[in-house]
Design a protein. Structure first.
Length: 387
């Protein structure tokens, strides 16, 4: 039986508050929080890194006797999806290794790893977007996974770091969406077309501070070169219906409400709204059409959610086992499926809502390439006036 407790620890590090949450599956033998969790808390509270509202979850087995002492993996995750809890529980059932979770935005986790240095309790960092994986690698915060690992054979080469420092575990496509009353299918086919003056004042776009757009621009730099991409970005900015605002969901809803004709979003947000329990969400997504761009040339920009073993992982073996588990068919189905992402391992079934979006040709550009263009992309967007 699972119980849930919420402990607010206030007035601690750097005047910020930490929210510590733990999921406990209490069996008859369990007397409460384990000593390693206690150590974990002390370590976390001792760190000087500023992370507001960091959350720590611990997954225990519901089955008495499965737990094994000292088997633990400390996971820093920027994924903010409830479905991931199912993965932690399934991993524990399979291996007896408990998952301690620290959850925060990627930039906060990267800063935290830097400040913890060699004393970091982190074993694994999982984040969204290749730009964040690239930044983590650049900061020397990952360690290489031995080439003997099954990760190399299970995950296609274009979805992992060529040097073995990080691996993609889910895919998401960044697609063009259109308001069905304003645009006909076939009127736009490529990202490049978003700069066409015929869309003047008709495009809704998220801020350039968002890493998803930075990675898309990075992929354009790789395909077109920096000069052409900058000209494209200027044309796109000239077509904005309003200054950039809101997240991907906000773009979908604003588009459905008729505030623009086109936008660009990640596929899983469309999946989430399509499967939402709220009628207004489902109605919003019904009003928009999806275009997988660049089908006749390089393919649609695909990004990953992925991770690697932390440089100073104290439980390195468990860390590698956890990553290998994420690439198993069982975990792929949960990890990707519950958030309407695409699995990276070939042959794993995708959610029916993704099937309804249709098949598409993916841009096979390695995330390392567009991740590597991240800084240039930010500067270019800035020069183009993309707020
Ligand atoms: Fe997202």
């Amino acid at each position: 039986m699972y119980t849930y407790c919420l402990i607010a620890i206030s007035g601690c590090v750097e005047r910020l508050q930490f929210e510590v949450r733990c999921f406990l599956a209490v069996d008859k033998e369990s007397k409460g929080i384990s000593s390693d969790m206690g150590m974990k808390r002390r370590a976390l509270l001792a760190t000087g890194t500023a992370i507001a509202a960091a959350a720590i979850h611990q997954v225990w087995s519901a089955e008495p006797g499965v737990a094994q002492a000292n088997k633990v993996v400390n996971l820093y995750s920027a994924r903010h999806y409830d479905a991931d809890n199912k993965v932690y529980q399934a991993f524990f059932k399979k291996t007896g290794i408990k998952v301690n979770l620290v959850e925060a935005p990627a930039d906060k986790l990267i800063e935290r790893l830097k400040s913890e240095g060699a004393n970091s309790p982190a074993d694994v960092l999982i984040t969204v977007d290749a730009g964040n994986l690239w930044r983590t690698q650049q900061a020397g915060l990952f360690q290489k996974v031995p080439t003997s690992s099954s990760l190399y054979s299970r995950i296609p080469a274009n979805l992992r770091d060529p040097d073995g420092f990080w691996f993609g575990f889910t895919k998401r496509a960044r697609v063009i969406i259109y308001n069905k009353t304003k645009v006909k299918p076939g009127e736009i086919a490529r990202y490049e077309d978003l700069a066409d003056p015929k869309w003047r004042g008709k495009i809704l776009m998220r801020s350039s501070s968002n890493v998803y757009n930075q990675s898309l621009v990075g992929s354009l730099i790789a395909a077109l070169g920096a000069a052409k991409t900058e000209a494209w970005a200027k044309g796109l900015v000239a077509n904005f219906a309003r200054p950039p605002e809101g997240n991907d969901v906000s773009q979908i809803k604003s588009l459905a409400a008729g505030m623009g004709s086109l936008s660009v979003v990640n596929t899983y947000y469309l999946g989430r709204l399509a499967k939402s329990s709220k009628a207004e969400d489902r109605q919003a997504v019904e009003k928009v059409g999806i275009i997988f761009p660049n089908q006749k040339d390089r393919g649609t920009h695909v990004n990953i959610s992925g991770g690697g073993i932390a440089k100073h992982s104290p439980n390195r073996k468990a860390a590698q086992l956890y990553l290998e588990y994420l690439a198993s068919p069982e975990a792929q189905k949960i990890f990707a499926g519950n958030n309407y992402e695409y699995p990276v391992v070939p042959g794993v079934a995708i959610d029916p809502v993704l099937v309804s979006f249709g098949k598409f040709k993916e841009d096979k550009l390695n995330p390392k390439v567009f991740g590597g263009w991240n800084r240039a992309a930010i500067q270019l967007m800035d020069r183009a006036g993309w707020k």
